[in-house]
Design a protein around this ligand. Structure first.
Ligand code: ZN
Length: 391
């Protein structure tokens, strides 16, 4: 009697074991957790590190852009200065041209004056020689030599005129000499002014060329830096996309069993309706959000319920990326994902009913505050969860 009971119990146990072993889905799912856990942890940590690097690169790009904008503003100011200085240079060059003409004219005048002085001086010398040769050219000689008074008056008048002419010659020579000194002084001053203007023009030109060349070099360097950083950013985005693709691949390998249970999904965080981040592109197109985020005051530690009935297909206690998260398979390729949990209440292979508590809201992994990151995937492809709720 007693041995019969034990035999029946043993038979029942073996039957259970046989049933479990013949359900292929559960068997595979139990292995899936071990197979993917390390790989996903590694990928998530890589993704996290790359995301950090990308943020740093973005900051460098912003800084480079700011530097470039400042350099461009400086270049605009320099261009204004250059334009003003070019006007100054033009005025100076006009001045130099006028001075050149004036100097040439003065040099001509001076040489004419010098010729005149030389000629007058020659004339005067000849007069002196003539007077010397004529003997005593005094009034007495004239009186004594004159035949009568009329002659005398005539001769005396001539004498006066002669004396006057000599005096005029002397006066003219003196005036010419003074004029010459004045013109030479003016010429020298104009030449000095011209030289100073030329020096100023050269100095301004070299200063501007120097500044312009420096600014161009700066802009060239910043542009090169910016291009380099953009290339780095593109490379990082490529790596991140590759890692996301690997995660997607793991999703696609998660076995979905049976037909889709169907129906409208139950809201996964009862009492908290706020969606703080929608599905799709965000952060200006730099990040594709594969689910939506549910949050609200006091949400930390609140229950997360299964959005639909199904089998727990994947559980991970990660510290990066999605942190602690789980995936529930609803059949027909439909899965839901619950990320950043503080606690997970179920295990891989557990059957859960729609609305049943499966985890608690937290902020584990790559998260800035307590929230549920919720995903709906069909054959591993992320869908907008809004389309599966009555909302
Ligand atoms: Zn999220």
């Amino acid at each position: 009697m007693r041995s019969n009971k034990i035999f029946k119990k043993l038979m029942a146990l073996l039957l259970c074991l046989a049933m479990v072993l013949t359900v292929p889905g559960l068997h595979q799912l139990a292995y899936a957790d071990e197979d993917y856990s390390d790989e996903l942890a590694d990928l998530n940590s890589q993704y996290d590190e790359l995301k950090k690097q990308q943020d740093a690169v973005q900051q460098q790009i912003n800084k480079a852009s700011n530097d470039k904008a400042a350099a461009l503003a400086k270049k605009r100011n320099l261009n204004n200065q250059i334009s003003l200085t070019q006007d100054q240079i033009k005025v100076l060059e006009d001045k130099i041209a006028v001075l050149t003409e004036s100097i040439a004219e003065k040099e001509e005048e001076i040489s004419a004056l010098e010729a005149e002085i030389a000629e007058n001086y020659d004339q005067y010398k000849q007069r002196l020689v003539a007077l010397y040769r004529a003997g005593n050219p005094t009034a007495l000689g004239v009186v004594l030599g004159a035949g009568n008074f009329s002659d005398f008056l005539m001769q005396s008048e001539m004498l006066k005129r002669m004396a006057g002419h000599d005096q005029d010659l002397l006066d003219s020579l003196a005036a010419d000499k003074a004029d010459l000194e004045e013109k030479k002084a003016a010429l020298s001053s104009e030449k000095e002014e011209q030289d100073a203007s030329k020096t100023e023009v050269e100095s301004l030109k070299s200063q501007l060329n120097n500044q312009l060349s420096q600014t161009n070099t700066q802009i060239h360097n910043i542009s090169a830096l910016e291009a380099e950083l953009q290339a780095d950013k593109a490379a990082f985005q490529k790596k991140m996309a590759a890692i996301q693709a690997e995660i997607d691949d793991i999703y696609s390998q998660i076995q979905s069993n049976g037909d889709y249970v169907g129906g409208v999904l139950a809201w996964p965080v009862p009492g908290f309706k706020t969606i703080t981040s929608e599905f799709g592109w965000r952060f200006g197109g730099s990040d594709y959000h594969t689910g939506f985020d549910i949050s609200g005051g006091g949400v930390n530690g609140k229950s997360i319920v299964a959005a639909n009935s199904g089998t727990v297909a994947f559980v991970k206690y990660g510290t990066t990326g999605y942190g602690r998260y789980l995936i529930v398979d609803h059949g027909g390729g439909y899965t839901t994902l619950y990320a950043h949990c503080s606690e997970i209440l179920v295990e891989v292979g557990d059957y859960v009913s729609r609305g049943e508590a499966i985890a608690k809201v937290g902020s584990t992994g790559w998260s800035t505050g307590p929230h549920l990151h919720f995903e709906v995937r069909v054959n591993g492809v992320a869908k907008n969860p809004r389309n599966y709720f009555n909302m």
